[in-house]
Design a binder for this molecule. Structure first.
Ligand code: ATP
Ligand code: MG
Length: 665
């Protein structure tokens, strides 16, 4: 069976895109040979390689030992001391670039702000002093539950300045989800806002925090700092709550940075939970700092005059690494957007690109497929000529969506970096470099320097090129997750130094000792390009034929009527599993019986008869996590006619689920 699927991959690769000569000429890595040299050196001489990269940062104490690797426990820049807030802010201000814009902030309803590096540094120091005044010390945990406002990166950097460990909880989460995360982290303080704007509505953030803390449910929390954002009415606990403005009032705009050991935990971030109970992924200061800054520079090919916009929410790892830390470390200008892509109109993103003359644009396949559905006239009505580079992250991108992105948004001129990585990896591991890599739509292409991926079988042996297997990473990289958070983390001599060892080992290292198990399936082609197929648990077995749900989805989306699809397995008495497909159509197209038959045929022709969905249902929307990923677990329950079980706290809109279930009856 593998042969048919792999032929499918090969066919996807017939159209390739070389780096445009002008892009290559100006790029940090200007040719494929330069990339190959860099990658080889990073593996052959890691000490020399990372010495050069890390020398560009401010260290209070330079490192002498690059790495301690006691599988599966890794430390990087081991004996160095630094502070990431200094490398993101002070460094640029001291070099005379304080007037450069750090963020153009575009909020609802019509609010805008321009914040320079000097402004941000002052805000960060003042808020750090406010945290200190609340009695917080290095190693304490703070939960940030905030809208997409400039105070969020300021609060993150203020924590980092003191060595306080932040845990950002996405502003769309409910009270239950906040409570679980606050308690898991043992947070002493929460920073929130009265509300956040979303499509003209106020999300009651403070009320959600109140709900989480009600009845003494979070005993570790001593204080809640509240930013005034929407002016909506809120309840107030005078013994516990303090307004942001009052907390910072009278605090000096100067706060000396803590000199932190390289391995000091920088933050905890809970993974989005499409597969199970959220895990508190811990990242350490120096390795994360160096790796996110260096990947930002090479992959987005950043220069001083760039206006870079990543549309993710800072509540996800993409926002941590590629809106805040990695981007600020490069001293470029970012755009931060508070609202939704279709408010007030469906061309909102393109209006922002036009307004700020965005040069680098980074978004997710789910957004791209939505834009396809809304129609080309939206981007075509705006001036997108400032764009020079596009990026995508979050899930495999269907070649058709890739080609649309390239043609309609990039106007054929902009390379696309399809970046593969995870919350756990801290930074991008597999990716094109825009001046060096020939692109194949749908492939994340090749490893970043320092990274050695491999596709292996169940026995751990490398799979032949063109055959699917498990994606593993052969050696640690600087921003490898240090563990899963548990109480006592980081206290010297405490057994909790590496967190929940058991879950850490079991999840990522036990299957192949010494190699990081990504949980994703992949194929490497004859050119060494990686094609990530999706989570291994998204592989179906239909009458003994194995096929990735993403491949069936890709086949469906290649039909002109289809905007988006989600494919899951349903129990089948004969085939073991059968394929169930949920499909949303492009604007104006109706889901008729004829179309249903046509789509089933279309999948059969594209992938083979065995891959034809047994159930194909049209729907107005798919259930997604708040980071935009399809919740296949829920669809599996729907397809099997079961009650939907388990944790739905990350689901974007519960009414979607109700509609899907209602259809069934
Ligand atoms: P959880 O681990 O809690 O189930 P999650 O895996 O969705 O949630 P993330 O760490 O945000 O949380 O996502 C990482 C996953 O997203 C990867 O393992 C991979 O499956 C998918 N992914 C990310 N980028 C890409 C990409 N460029 N191509 C293919 N898949 C991608
Ligand atoms: Mg994951």
């Amino acid at each position: 069976m593998a042969a048919a699927q792999d032929a499918h991959h090969a066919s996807q690769a017939t159209q390739t895109f070389d780096p445009p000569p002008a892009v290559a000429a100006a790029a940090h890595v200007p040719s494929f040979e330069a990339y190959q040299r860099l990658h080889r050196r990073s593996l052959d001489d890691p000490e020399g390689f990372w010495r050069e990269v890390s020398d560009q940062f401010v260290w209070f104490k330079p490192w002498t030992t690059l790495q301690e690797w006691n599988p599966p426990f890794a430390k990087w820049f081991v004996d160095g001391e630094t502070n990431i807030s200094v490398n993101c802010l002070d460094r640029h201000v001291e070099a005379g670039r304080g007037d450069r814009v750090a963020y153009y902030w575009e909020g609802e309803p019509g609010d805008t702000r321009t914040i320079t590096y000097a402004d941000l540094l002052a805000d960060v120091q003042q808020f750090a002093n406010a945290l200190k005044a609340q009695g917080l010390r290095a190693g304490d945990r703070v939960v940030l539950y905030m809208p997409m406002v400039p105070e969020l990166p300021a609060a993150m950097l203020a924590c980092a300045r003191l060595g306080v460990v932040h845990s950002v909880v996405f502003g769309g989460f409910s009270s239950d989800a906040i409570r679980d995360r606050v308690n898991d982290a043992g947070a002493r303080l929460i920073v929130t806002a009265d509300g956040g704007w979303r499509r003209g509505r106020v999300i009651p953030l403070k009320a959600n925090v109140d709900g989480a803390l009600a009845n003494g449910a979070c005993p570790s929390v001593e204080r809640v700092i509240v930013l005034r954002r929407c002016g909506n009415p809120i309840d107030w606990d005078a013994a516990r709550d303090v307004w942001w403005d009052d907390a910072v009032a009278g605090q000096p705009a100067n706060c000396p940075p803590a000199h932190l050991p390289a391995e000091h935990p920088l933050y905890i971030l809970y993974t989005s939970g499409t597969t199970g109970k959220p895990k508190g992924v811990v990242h350490a200061t120096a390795g994360y700092m160096v790796y996110t800054a260096y990947t930002s520079k090479l992959i987005f090919d950043l220069r001083g005059d760039d206006v870079y916009w990543c549309t993710a929410d800072i509540g996800w790892v993409t926002g941590h690494s590629y809106i805040v830390y990695g981007i600020l470390a490069n001293g470029v200008t970012g755009v931060m957007y508070e609202g939704a892509p279709n408010h007030p109109a469906e061309d909102r993103f393109w209006a922002i690109v036009e307004k700020y003359k965005v040069t680098v644009f980074y978004t997710a396949p789910t957004a791209i497929r939505t834009f396809v559905r809304w129609g080309d006239h939206h981007p075509q009505g705006r001036d997108l000529s400032s764009l020079r580079l596009l990026g995508t992250v979050g899930e495999p991108i269907n070649p058709d969506a890739w080609l649309w992105y390239h043609r309609v948004i990039g106007q054929g001129r902009c390379p696309i970096v399809d970046t593969w990585w995870q919350t756990e990896t801290g930074g991008i591991l597999i990716t094109p470099l825009p001046g060096a890599t020939t692109l194949k739509p749908g492939s994340a292409t090749l490893p970043f320097p320092g990274v050695e991926p491999q596709v292996v079988g169940e026995d751990g042996q490398p799979m032949p090129d063109g055959q699917r297997g498990l994606l593993v990473i052969e050696r640690p990289w600087p921003s490898t997750l240090r563990g899963i958070y548990t109480e006592g983390w980081g206290q010297p001599g405490h057994p909790g130094e590496f967190g929940d060892r058991e879950r850490f080992v079991e999840t990522y290292w036990e299957k192949f000792p010494g190699r990081y198990l990504t949980g994703d399936g992949a194929v490497r082609d004859a050119d060494g390009y990686f094609w990530v197929i999706g989570r291994v648990d998204d592989t179906l077995s239909v009458a003994g034929h194995r096929i990735g749900t993403a491949e069936v989805e890709s086949a469906l989306v290649s039909h002109p009527a289809v905007a988006e699809s989600a494919v899951v397995g349903a129990p089948d008495p004969i085939a073991g599993e059968s394929i169930a497909a949920f499909v949303t159509l492009r604007g104006g197209i109706e889901g008729t019986d004829e179309l249903q038959a046509e789509l089933t045929q279309h999948v059969g022709q594209t992938l083979g008869r065995f891959a034809r969905p047994k159930l194909l249902r049209f729907t107005d929307a798919l259930p997604k996590t708040r980071s935009g990923k399809i919740m296949r677990r829920l669809l599996r329950d729907v397809a099997a006619g079961r009650e939907v079980a388990g944790d739905t706290t990350t689901l974007e809109d519960l009414s979607v689920l109700a509609a899907l279930r209602g259809d069934e009856e």
